[in-house]
Structure formats: structure tokens, C-alpha cells
Design a protein around this ligand. Structure first.
Ligand code: ADP
Length: 497
């Protein structure tokens, strides 16, 4: 009797595999880091074969570790680093170039040109995105223009494009299935999120032949079966979603207005907006959360560039911390920041300011300021930035946000989450399992292969480890947010001569 779901969590720095039981408990995990390739300033690549080999080896390891067998796996769910682009030969399965990673800026000029030539509005309306090198479209175009012979081979139907989910699916099925899910397709800048199809006008704009593109299915769907020669078993691949959308699902953000924040290196906020794709003017992205059956749900996405990495900077740059974890200890030695504000605009600011020239500042220092105040103010800055994005989401949708569900490395920090509750005035929920991303992929698969009958059954699994509540009033929030915004104003445009 199959009792586990295997989640493949293919991330930017490592491949991970987690076996979950029906209750959503992680039973076994394995993880392998792999090399980041930096061929030029601002360029980032991965070796697609290494992505595949590390992923399949951690899957095997997670199973062998607990002496389980492949027949005990009910199905496989995939979640992945989004936007990263791979092009391979349809016959041989051999990639024609390295994977161009989402962080890679090599197509910055191409993206700028789109903006200059007036395509932003059309792109935003159709895809919910902004012209940016981040998304797959300009990366595919770059490969077709720069790899010898690629364009002719693509026109002749010999090449396949895929995001990382598609690449793993192709390999798991020994080249039988070339497909993706709505959430990943919606990050390519080629997919019309309203008509749910690859967009002819965008394909023409980027000179991308339609024959390269994968078929798009709901996120909870049996995409295919693993090749028995590979694993000794034919297992259904029943769920696929991009990492942030998978985390939203894993956090059981099933209702309109539900928001999750991942406090990782950067901060990723997603709000479930149900069947309505809100298109915003303020820099939030509109994306597909997931498709289940014949229904698609949308999300608004806002990101904070410097989140946990601000704490890393205290540790590695300023060297006033030995570990990120110690930030809580030092910050709680003082009752407040003593009027100090830190704006961690270390690489510019994202929404709502979108200022690449903003730079970090520490303001409000006086003779009584200690390192503890600065550490506390840096932690608080994670919460202020989050509050700014939540405010934008509320303004854009007029939806009520009942609580904020959190995960990611810095969510272990109690002081941060207490302050987040103070600033937002809503409960902050930290789940017992902070493996939201992998769990989301497992749940999507579990729905497709019949382990769960409904989302309600999945929600019954959710266990909250701690809820952070506030005793502060609106006046406190108003005053603090006003002071924060004043500090942010002073950081804007700093790097412009
Ligand atoms: P990612 O997946 O984005 O690489 P993680 O979710 O593993 O990142 O989170 C790592 C980040 O969280 C680091 O930037 C680190 O500084 C921060 N972090 C980890 N633990 C804590 C903590 N207890 N308090 C504050 N920040 C923390």
C-alpha cells in the first residue's frame, strides 16, 4: 500500500527531496548543493544535467534512508526555482546550453528595450508581469540568438524549452512528456494568464517558435509516469508548482485574502486573490497561484530584495553577530530601537519604491545607541518592508487580510514575528512544518492521485506551532510606519551622482 508522497524541491542552490506521509509530516529528507556558474559579471547559470542528477540522487537517498521502497510512493510532486530556462534537443534530450538562472541579468538591455518601445502595458495586461530579465522570455530569445544553429533547429521543431519543472518531468518520463503547469507558465512572460494559452503576439515579439513550448496543465494533474527503467517503478507525477506558489498552497492559503510571507534571503509575499487576476499599477505582479480541475486561482506577488540577507550583513559585513540566530538575543536586550531606523536598501528598493539607486542607511543614532539597537532596528526593517507590501496588496484588492502565514529561515525569530504582529495588527501564524514549499507540491500531487479528496481534507492537516498577536493600537502603527517612511525617503536616489 503506497503511503508516502515524494516531493522534489529543486531550488537555486540545492536539490532536495522530502517524503511526506498523508498527515503532511516529513518522514525523510535528503539534500545536495550544486555549483553556481558565473561566466561573466551578472550572469548566472546551472548545469541542467547536474540539476537532474542531484535531484534524482536525493530522491533515491530519501527513500533508502528509511528503508522504504518505490512501491510505497503514491506519487511525486515537483516544485522548483522559477523562470530558470533550459533548451534541449527533442531527440537526444541533450541541452544546447546551460540553464540560464532567474537571477541572471544578461538580458537586461533586451528588457529595457521592451520598456522603451512601449510594450510594458501589453505585457502587463496579458502576463501580469513587468518587462524584466528575471522572466524566461528574453532568456529563451538569448539562447536562440547566441547558440550556433539554435534558431534553425528551433524553427525545424527540433528543440524543446522548459522551466526546471518541465526539464525534470521530461527526464523522469524518459522524454515522453513535455509539459508544465499554469503557475510555472505564468512566469515565462509568454503565457496569457486570462486565456490560459501561449500568446501569439508575445511569441512573435520574442521570435520564439510555438513548437518549443510545453503543454500546460493544471498544477494538480497526473502529468505522466516515471519510466520504469529509471526507478524500477512507474509512479505518477501528480503535482507541479513554482516554489512561491507551492509555498502558498503548502500554507493552506486557500481563501481569497490569505497571505504568506517567506522570510528567506529575500522576502516573498503572495496573496491569494481567488478567481480574480488583479492587475496593479504599483509594481506588484499578478500570477497564477495554481490550477485545480477546471479552476484557476490567481495571486498577487510582491518581493522584498533584502530580507534575511540584512541579518547576514550584520554577521558577515559588520561582524556584530556570530550567527543570524543571535540577532534575537541581542535585539531583546533593549526594549526598543531607541529611535534608530535601518533601511536595508543594500541593492536598491523594490515595491513600492522601485528605486535601484536607493542605498542603505542607519538613522536616528545618538550617544545612547548601541549595537543592540542597530540589530533590533535591522530585524524590524524586515517587518516594515513586509508591512509596506501587505498595505499595497490591501489597497489594490480592497480585500481583508485575516492573518499572515510565515515561513523561511528568519521566521524562527520570535522577536521579528512579534513586531510584525504589532505593525500589521493581525495574527502572525507560524506553522509546525515550515517546509511549506515541498509540502505544497506534495499536497497538489496528493489531490491528483486521490490521497486527499479535497482542500478541506488537506487543511485538517495544518498545525500551527505559534500565533503571534499584538497588544498595540492603530496609533502605534501609524506613528511607526510614518517614521519608517520618512527614513525610506532619505535613502531614495542616493547612488545617483
Ligand atoms: P533561502 O532559502 O532564501 O536561501 P532561508 O529560508 O534558508 O533562505 O533563510 C536564510 C536567511 O534567514 C538568511 O539570510 C539568514 O540571515 C536568515 N535567518 C536565519 N535564521 C534567522 C534568525 N533566527 N533570525 C533572523 N534571521 C535569520
Amino acid at each position: 500500500m503506497a503511503k508516502y508522497i515524494l516531493a522534489l524541491d529543486q531550488g537555486t542552490t540545492s536539490s532536495r527531496a522530502i517524503l511526506f506521509d498523508k498527515a503532511g509530516t516529513s518522514i525523510s529528507t535528503a539534500q545536495k548543493e550544486f555549483a553556481q556558474i558565473f561566466p561573466a559579471e551578472g550572469w548566472v547559470e546551472h548545469d541542467p544535467m547536474t540539476i537532474w542528477s542531484t535531484q534524482i540522487s536525493v530522491a533515491t537517498e530519501a527513500i533508502l534512508k528509511i528503508g522504504a521502497s518505490w512501491d510505497e510512493i503514491a506519487g511525486i510532486g515537483i516544485t522548483n526555482q522559477r523562470e530558470t530556462t533550459i533548451v534541449w534537443d527533442r531527440k537526444t534530450g541533450v541541452p544546447i546550453y546551460n540553464a540560464i538562472v532567474w537571477q541572471c541579468r544578461r538580458t537586461a538591455e533586451a528588457a529595457q528595450r521592451l520598456e522603451k518601445d512601449g510594450y510594458s502595458e501589453m505585457i502587463r495586461k496579458k502576463t501580469g508581469l513587468l518587462p524584466d530579465p528575471y522572466f524566461s522570455a528574453t532568456k529563451i530569445q538569448w539562447i536562440l540568438e547566441n547558440v550556433e544553429g539554435a534558431r534553425a533547429r528551433a524553427e525545424a521543431g527540433e528543440l524543446c524549452f522548459g522551466t526546471v519543472d518541465t526539464w525534470l518531468l521530461w527526464n523522469l518520463t524518459a522524454g515522453k512528456v513535455h509539459a508544465t503547469d499554469y503557475s510555472n507558465a505564468s512566469r515565462t512572460m509568454l503565457f496569457n494568464i486570462h486565456t490560459l494559452s501561449w500568446d501569439e503576439e508575445l511569441l512573435r515579439l520574442f521570435h520564439i517558435p510555438r513548437s518549443m513550448l510545453p503543454k500546460v496543465h493544471p498544477s494538480s494533474h497526473v502529468f505522466g509516469y516515471t519510466d520504469p527503467k529509471l526507478l524500477g517503478a512507474s509512479l505518477p507525477i501528480g503535482g507541479i508548482a513554482g516554489d512561491q506558489q507551492a509555498a502558498l498552497f503548502g500554507q493552506c492559503c486557500f481563501e481569497t485574502g490569505d497571505v504568506k510571507n517567506t522570510y528567506g534571503t529575500g522576502g516573498f509575499l503572495l496573496m491569494n486573490t481567488g478567481e480574480t487576476p488583479y492587475i496593479c499599477e504599483n509594481g506588484l505582479l499578478t500570477t497564477i497561484a495554481w490550477g485545480i480541475g477546471d479552476k484557476v486561482e490567481y495571486a498577487l506577488e510582491g518581493s522584498v530584495f533584502t530580507c534575511g540577507s540584512a541579518i547576514q550583513w550584520l554577521r558577515d559585513g559588520l561582524k556584530i553577530l556570530d550567527s543570524a540566530q543571535d540577532s534575537e538575543y541581542y535585539a531583546s536586550k533593549v526594549s526598543d530601537t531607541g529611535g534608530v531606523y535601518v533601511v536595508p536598501a543594500l541593492t536598491g528598493l523594490g515595491a513600492p519604491h522601485w528605486d535601484p539607486y536607493a542605498r542603505g542607511l542607519i538613522i536616528g543614532i545618538n550617544r545612547g545607541t548601541t549595537k543592540n539597537h542597530i540589530i533590533r532596528a535591522t530585524l524590524e526593517s524586515l517587518a516594515y518592508q513586509t508591512a509596506d507590501v501587505v498595505a499595497m496588496m490591501k489597497e489594490a484588492t480592497k480585500l481583508t487580510v485575516p492573518s499572515l502565514k510565515v515561513d523561511g529561515g528568519a521566521c524562527k525569530n520570535n522577536l521579528l514575528l512579534s513586531f510584525q504582529a504589532d505593525l500589521l495588527g493581525i495574527p502572525i501564524e507560524r506553522p509546525a512544518s515550515v517546509e511549506s514549499t515541498a509540502l505544497g507540491a506534495a499536497y497538489l500531487c496528493g489531490l491528483a492521485v486521490g490521497i486527499y479528496a479535497s482542500k478541506e481534507e488537506i487543511r485538517a492537516n495544518r498545525s500551527v506551532e505559534r500565533v503571534f498577536k499584538t497588544d498595540k493600537d492603530d496609533a502605534f502603527r501609524k506613528e511607526r510606519m510614518a517614521k519608517w517612511r520618512k527614513a525610506v525617503e532619505r535613502s531614495l536616489g542616493w547612488a545617483v551622482d
